[in-house]
Design a protein around this ligand. Structure first.
Ligand SMILES: [Zn+2]
Length: 250
């Protein structure tokens, strides 16, 4: 909880400083992809559809949305693979406004790369131990393919997708740091291993996963916060999330 109070105090003093005319150097970073019918999806189908059901001739444009619950930048709740575990609507706010730790493997992450225990240890050597309650973001660089759904899904002749992910060992190691969750700039933190060890470990420990995070190169490796707010749908195992990074000081 301590980090949330520090964050609120910082934001409060920044806003007060703004009123007094001081320069506010907080930077807000959009970490959410725009939703369109063309976005890459897990199964390759169209995951998002928006229709106009009534228009301005009757004063209001009224739209209807149909989509996969897990489309675009979205959150997996523990109930996504653990029966009876917390769903999206159960995740408390203090787990959604948290410090962000960005592990940058973009210089070496090829299509079958897995973020390893060594990558996490290397991060901790440089930036200190991962704070309890933080969101650990893997910046693999794969987000550069987002606007090309075929390149982003990268399916081989056998139908297997190839994109960077986490190793199961890294997921287990992160749990020793009592994180709030993990995020990655690909379709999933599991790719080649169809036993989904990362989902099982993270969601099985009551943490959450954010997939298809955007622009994670634009927040620092440590010292920033994220606000990650999924649509609060009762019983949802996944939901689109608006995630914003906040870094800087006054
Ligand atoms: Zn997932």
């Amino acid at each position: 909880m301590k980090h949330i109070w520090i964050f609120i105090l910082c934001l409060g003093s920044a806003l007060a400083a703004k009123e007094e005319g001081a320069v506010v150097q907080f930077k807000f970073v959009e970490l959410t992809h725009l939703l369109t019918p063309e976005v890459p999806t897990w199964n390759g189908s169209c995951g998002f559809c928006m229709e106009v059901k009534g228009d301005y001739d009757k004063m209001f444009r009224v739209q209807q949305i149909k989509m996969h619950a897990g489309v675009g930048t979205h959150m997996d709740a523990p109930s996504h693979c653990i029966p009876g575990a917390d769903s999206i609507g159960d995740i408390p706010l203090e787990k959604l406004v948290v410090p962000a730790c960005v592990i940058d493997v973009s210089a070496k992450a090829g299509a079958d790369y897995e973020v390893s225990v060594e990558d996490v240890e290397e991060y901790e050597k440089r930036h200190g131990r991962l704070p309890s309650g933080s969101l650990v973001i893997a910046h693999t660089g794969w987000g550069r393919f987002w606007s090309d759904r075929e390149a982003y899904r990268n399916v081989d002749a056998e139908g297997q997708m190839h994109f960077p992910a986490f190793s199961g060992e890294a997921a287990e190691f992160l749990l020793t740091r009592d994180i709030a969750g993990i995020a990655i700039d690909t379709l999933s933190p599991d790719c080649l291993d169809l036993n989904y060890p990362v989902h099982k470990a993270i969601l099985g420990a009551g943490k959450y996963i954010i997939e298809n995070i955007a622009n994670c190169s634009q927040i620092p490796a440590s010292g920033s916060y994220v606000i990650a707010l999924p649509l609060r749908i009762e019983g949802a195992t996944e939901a689109p999330v608006r995630i914003v990074g906040i870094s800087g000081s006054i």
